[in-house]
Design a protein around this ligand. Structure first.
Ligand code: IVH
Length: 692
């Protein structure tokens, strides 16, 4: 490769890595695996070593990824006292041996290491003052992080107040920092995703994204509900009597911090390798996600003399496990049709043990992926289970391909109703257009209508199956004409369940308008968009009659959603269903209360206002209340924000600063409540999930 070719490739790699960094850290929606990402970074590193003149200060090899969301000013940002670095990493034992040799050369003493698990969550930096949790910052860009203290206080394993130590133990210092990883245990992750799927929301890809997304929620109550967990692994303090990382962790354990017991002091490479071998397989039994082992020099003085690069310490490295893979035979392919008509190919596999569970089925994504990997029936395929719940087919063992295989022919017709499938050139998936005659679409729409965040009607898949197969419910409006006697006669459906079902149907007549709007299943209109549409248009008739330009030009909606809304109301059968729902007394417009309530962005938050604003005091108060917030007069520990205009009261400002209460100005406030959108914001069409 010559200099100009290298320059082009380096620039391509930088752009790609920056883009993936944003998807990973800010959007919590990675598009490629960690391994693929590390390979891009490694290629860039190699090229930069060959052509050092191409290294720039902002190269991703010189900086750490940032989790600070530029579009959200919901969290106050504070600088880190010590930069939050990343770790160098490797997938090979040889590179690990080089790491050890490099360190061994710098000292004539034996080097001792601590091996510990590399937890796959989101990094957190906790500051304690006088034994009290003072502040919790995310990694941010490594230099400045988001203040998520209010949310971290709701994580049970993190102490907010340290107990005094018993005699003979090393006391905690007056002020110190301790860092670690916030995690979502697999069990909470499964529960959360099940709920999301039930509500037609996009599930989180893996527990790491779920933990990072949860930590940045505005509602601390919701954070608590999601049961996050934490392991701490880095104490930053100069404490007499603590000279090694091992001692620091032991002391932190005594002070009440969650420190993983899966650590080992290793005196040579063999002992390190033993630890790696053990956890490469054993980690699958843990209740939280891990993606490797971190190997740290134990002795603080050696750590100090090794120092660090701009990006990572020289005294530690991460050995990453490859995502668990298994090879097995592809027996057949099923095609599942979801409520929106999207078709998902699913592989039926020769059962194989992977990460502690037997895998029989795995996702094949879409027709393009099958073609890309040239996956054929009878092939030996590789299945992988990253942090994700649903395993996926990631490739083919071409050497093991039997002679008689033929290229896979994707279906052309719906497996459920026989209709010719369609494919939007911009969508990777095939769709069945037979909205009104394709059973899984009809049943899926009824289930969606009844789901918890929509109309909250009791029942579920089994009930819908019975009601549909007996011809009792063909669309959601039939639910309001159900005959109790016929219901009682259903299999496994006694008096009690009939009562409860009828009660929940009755209660559904008074859900807020935005939930009804979400329930009727306009493609791409998820919960958030439904809320926006409800408050913007006020009624279903207004939305239906809105001039096309009003929809297409609303920056919050975007083209995909607006054309979906227009299409929806053009369907005569939808209009008939809606008229029946109107006759059943469902909420076709916002109540007076709802119209006053613009959003729940400040739900339960307490604000103190001080100073002059561009609106009057009374108007500001109304605005806060319209977003679910409450205005109170005095600053106390309970206050969430001090909203400071021009010339705020100095006493209030001082007290807020002392109590570490975020002080926001008028523009921050308007952005926080969505009154002014961050520049260039377009609501993403909310992804529909297929029933898998
Ligand atoms: S030590 C200065 N120990 O992995 C070094 N990090 O990919 C501080 N991580 O930024 C980090 N488990 O967020 C350390 N046992 C462990 C870890 C760990 C997970 C994370 C951490 C770090 C990232 C690097």
């Amino acid at each position: 490769m010559n200099r100009s070719q290298a320059a082009i490739r380096v620039s391509e790699l930088k752009n790609a890595i920056n883009e993936h960094n944003k998807k990973y850290y800010v959007l919590n929606a990675p598009a490629i695996s960690d391994f693929e990402f590390d390979m891009l970074l490694q290629e860039l590193n190699t090229l930069e070593r060959m052509f050092p003149h191409l290294i720039t200060e902002d190269s991703p090899t010189q900086t750490v990824g940032s989790d600070i969301s530029t579009e959200s000013r919901a969290f106050r940002q504070y600088p880190h006292k010590n930069p939050m670095l990343s770790l160098s990493n490797t997938y090979s034992r040889e590179a690990l041996a080089e790491f050890h040799n490099r360190i061994a050369k710098t000292t004539d003493r034996d080097v001792e290491y601590v091996c510990e698990l590399k937890f796959d969550g989101t990094a957190i930096c906790l500051t304690y003052k006088n034994g009290q949790l003072f502040r919790a910052l995310t990694r941010g860009d490594g230099t400045v992080g988001d203040d998520v203290t209010r949310n971290v206080e709701r994580i049970k394993s993190i102490p907010t107040q340290l107990s005094p130590v018993s005699s003979g133990q090393i006391p905690w210092p007056h002020e110190f920092e301790i860092r670690g990883e916030i995690l979502m245990p697999f069990s909470s992750f499964r529960e959360l995703n099940a709920l999301k799927e039930e509500n037609g929301e996009t599930p989180f890809a893996n527990p790491r994204n779920a933990a990072a997304g949860t930590l940045k929620l505005l509602s601390a109550d919701e954070v608590e509900r999601r049961s996050l967990d934490c392991f701490l692994y880095h104490l930053i303090a100069d404490i007499p009597g603590i000279d090694t990382h091992w001692q620091a962790m032991e002391a932190a354990l005594q002070w009440g911090f969650p420190i993983s017991k899966h650590r080992k002091l290793c005196r040579d490479l063999d002992q390190i390798n033993e630890f790696l071998d053990h956890w490469d397989t054993e980690r699958t039994g843990l209740r939280v996600a891990t993606d490797g082992v971190v190997i740290k020099v134990n002795d603080f003085s050696l750590q100090r003399s090794l120092g660090m690069t701009a990006k990572s310490p020289r005294w530690a490295t991460a050995y990453k496990f490859k995502a668990q893979q298994a090879a097995t035979r592809l027996l057949s392919v099923d095609f599942q049709v979801g409520r929106t008509g999207a078709v998902t190919p699913v592989a039926n596999l020769q059962p194989v043990l992977l990460s502690g569970t037997t895998v029989k089925r795995a996702s094949l994504h879409n027709a393009d992926q099958i073609a890309l990997h040239d996956i054929r029936l009878g092939d030996t395929v590789f299945v992988e289970k990253g942090g994700e719940i649903i395993p996926k087919v990631v490739g083919v063992d071409l050497e093991a391909r039997p002679e008689d295989t033929v290229p896979f022919r994707y279906i052309t017709h719906c497996p459920e109703c026989g209709t010719l499938l369609e494919r939007d050139p911009e969508e990777a998936k095939h769709f069945c257009p037979n909205r009104w005659g394709c059973p899984p679409q009809i049943k899926g729409r009824i289930e969606h209508f009844m789901s918890r965040k929509a109309m909250n009607i009791l029942g579920g898949e089994a009930l819908v199956e019975q009601l549909y197969s007996k011809g009792m419910v063909k669309d959601p409006s039939d639910l309001y004409d159900l005959n109790p006697d016929v219901l009682r006669s259903l299999d496994n459906w006694g008096d009690r369940s009939t009562e409860n079902l009828l009660k929940s149907i009755e209660a559904s007549r008074s859900v807020p308008f935005h939930r009804f709007l979400y329930a009727i299943g306009i493609p791409y209109v998820g919960e958030t968009t439904a809320k926006y549409l409800a408050s913007h248009f006020g009624s279903l008739d207004n939305l239906r009659n809105a001039p096309e330009e009003e929809l297409t030009q609303a920056p919050e909606i975007g083209e995909k959603i607006s054309s979906s809304i227009i299409q929806y109301f053009r369907d005569q059968r939808i209009l008939i269903m809606l008229e029946r729902l109107r006759a059943a007394g469902l909420p076709f417009s916002q109540s007076a209360d709802e119209s006053a309530r613009v959003s729940d962005k400040l739900g339960g938050k307490q604000l103190v206002i001080s100073g002059n604003f561009s609106h009057s005091r009374e108007e500001m108060k109304k605005l806060i209340e319209s977003h679910g917030g409450k205005v109170i007069s005095a600053i106390s520990g309970q206050v969430d924000y001090l909203l400071a205009g021009e010339k705020p009261g100095p006493a209030k400002l001082q007290k807020a600063t002392k109590l570490n209460i975020p002080v926001i100005n008028e523009a921050d406030f308007l952005r926080l409540t969505g009154e002014i959108p961050p520049e260039g914001t377009v609501f993403e069409a909310e992804q529909q999930t297929t029933l898998f």
